[in-house]
Design a protein around this ligand. Sequence first.
Ligand code: KG4
Ligand code: ZN
Length: 366
Amino acid sequence: MNILGIETSCDETAAAVVKDGRVVLSSVVYTQIPLHIPYGGVVPEIASRAHVEKISEVVRTAMSDAAKSDDPDAGRIDAVAVTYGPGLSPALVVGLNAAKGLAKALGVPLIGINHIEAHLHTPFLCEKGDDFGMDPLECVPALGLAISGGHTTWVDMPEYGRYRIVGQTLDDAAGEAFDKAAKLLGLGYPGGPKIDKIAREYLASTPASSANPLIPFPKGRPRDGVTALAGLPADCCVSFSGLKTALLRYVQQNGGTEALTAAGEIPRIVASYQEAIVQAVADRTRTALKRREYKAFIVGGGVSLNSRLRNVLTDVASRAKVPLLMAKPKFCGDNGAMIAALAYYRRNKCGDEAMRLDVAPSLDFE
Ligand code: KG4
Ligand code: ZN
């Protein structure tokens, strides 16, 4: 079964064709990042307009690329899947309307997909010749971590497609914490990849040691004495607002961004800040992994591209003796393949019900 997936929740216009929920026959991602750079972040109206301009071409290319692959049925589309939330309302509406029109024109069912859930399916995406690895239906119970620009959420997955939130950020998402720090330090948008690169280069040339310690920024712990937050155990939650304030104070007390840049201090600050986020996520993950016997630890979302986080979570999972499932880097950011793939397994918003769907900007795990 070939599903065409369409994704326009934020600043990527994306479409892909995936066979049987696993094999990516084509994947096209048009990134709008250059359009948003001058504003230091995503501007919803600009995103929406760019999606309108690009969506037809992106979908057409995804369909024609898939038809060129050597799979015998590659030219056939059996269903259209689309992100209906969470995300920016004016951006989501472009993909949803395009998908409704296309499903009608092709005479195939429409499937509405939750973007965050789709990130957690990305480790199962394969390309021709790849080893399939674990089957999504057989890796449960699993612990999931959705870590992106909008989410930092740990979910218990007792069976495939069922989620119970066990921990989350109480304020900013990890990606947001990276992006805001990069803005403060004058590194530009999007901050995550820039911080990752600067920190990687710094740590390669100047490994942290007692003679050369990182700055001890707070590691995202909720305040002492707090035992339950948002109804969740505090030891599985993170808070990045204290870290953000600590960075701001450090910059102010040390002469400001320009002076620190001139003194060559930014790489050490960046590496220290990244380490605080990574250790916060690693610590809460260790706690969550102890709560139950899991068959797998599944990580998805743009921040899972972070090289330091990938290494540290690999170590955490290996010590806990739980297989870690993480997507290939090309499928970590927003893409249409994750939408098409999840739709093969999740048809809870399908057919007429999907045709009546409106965008859901604040959709969470259901
Ligand atoms: O999943 P995603 O593409 O979009 C959302 O669903 O939010 O995630 C985007 C987030 C941004 O905040 C971006 O800065 C962050 O992922 N990100 C990274 C890296 N690459 C992207 N954060 C840290 N290190 C990276 N290498
Ligand atoms: Zn995303």
